[in-house]
Design a protein around this ligand. Sequence first.
Ligand code: NAG
Ligand code: NAG
Length: 462
Amino acid sequence: MGWGETPWQPAPQRKVTAAGGLAALKLLLSVILVGLALRLLVDQSAYLLSPPTAAAEGEAARAAILATPPPATGSGGGSLPSNEVDDTFLAVATSMPRAAADKKENSQEESCDLFHGEWVPDSSGPAYTNASCRFIETPQNCLTNGRPDTGYLYWRWKPYGCRVPPFDGNKFLEDMRGKHWALIGDSILRNHVQSLLCLLSKVEDPSEVYHDRTFKSRRWHFASHNFTVSLIWAPFLIKAEIFEDDDGVSTSEIQLHLDVVDSDWTGQWDSFDYAVISAGQWFSKTAVYWENGAVSGCHYCKDKNLAELTFEYSFRKSLRKAFQFITSSPHKPVVFYRTWSPSHFENGEWFSGGACDRRVPFRPGEAGDRGSDKKMWRIEGEEFGRAIAGVGRPDDAGRLKLLDTFELSLLRPDGHSGPYRTYHPFDKASRTGKVQNDCLHWCLPGPIDAWNDIIMRMLAKN
Ligand SMILES: *[C@@H]1O[C@H](CO)[C@@H](O)[C@H](O)[C@H]1NC(C)=O
Ligand SMILES: *[C@@H]1O[C@H](CO)[C@@H](O)[C@H](O)[C@H]1NC(C)=O
């Protein structure tokens, strides 16, 4: 079991809240939860780490670790990949034989860790297509852009010990009548919103009721269900001054205020019934850090006379600040914090010819060490654990959930747009220069549709 939702739902303790024992109970809970978080973190790291490789720090090292050629299997596009479940691996990963695991499936449904498992072949295919959904933006529209292989569409996330049923748009919209969902984060979050809109628009086509000047923040309304989805652009979650043009070219360093939350989302907080929050790759950018109203340091500012601070530092500080806002606000929407979404560049980075040519998911453990991704993921786990431990009322703690999609995303090197971020990139007519790969964002339909399946499943549990 990872640090999924289950450990954070202190249901059994709920009845014990006699007036006098509240402080003691809170303390006890904190200790248990922190302890649990640490133990589970170690457990989970252990299997992700197999086999351990030499210390991997930084982007260059990561690229080197991943510089193994793609497997030969499944390279012929279009066909269903063969099922090659490695039983040895499975046994190692779950410490129990597969048959026993299946038998225990029903009894474990309640406590099952939705975030620990494997991708299994699934002939039913995606829930929507480029033809049925109008919300897929060009850089994620791999089908329309001409990606020739379709094997990546025929896999299903299978947690050990339980199942995640496909997203049920009808049920979702019925249950969410009159509700407002906010999804807050960066372009990966936007990727996630597109998936949600595609799944929901099978039931009702929403209308856009708001967008900002750059279309980065938007809102849709499903009139016959009175259901609202807001997409809120907040790549750092905290206050940031960003000087980038529409092509992503910076004219000046980002100014990042590590102790001030981004009012673009906090200002609307009271209107949210549910929020999905995430942060990510923007923290690796060159930025000047501010704390207590003064410059406290900088990341990657080579010609400035400023203390170099790591982006792990700013990531941790920012998450802590965001969680502080969430846990101290009197308004208590259900919050899903979605963990780090790993990229899969191999043989280089995005700027140096890196690509993601794999055609099948990794098997458990096959992803390798992934030192710097895991570092960010660990920070998220620690800060989430700290936030939960600081929440006084168990009911409130239960409303803060970890959507720990890191492992299942890490296992999908085959699910990125790659060169198919643009329309038919290898056509002679359209090829004006080097083809750039996107091994960070995800094809839609694609693996991250499972993020919504899992949200649905987490909602069903409550
Ligand atoms: C969807 O993708 C297929 C190729 O997979 C393409 O032939 C078709 O034109 C696309 N449809 C739309 C509406 O873009
Ligand atoms: C729609 O939902 C909002 C809350 O999001 C509520 O205030 C409003 O009254 C609802 N409208 C209708 C027609 O039910």
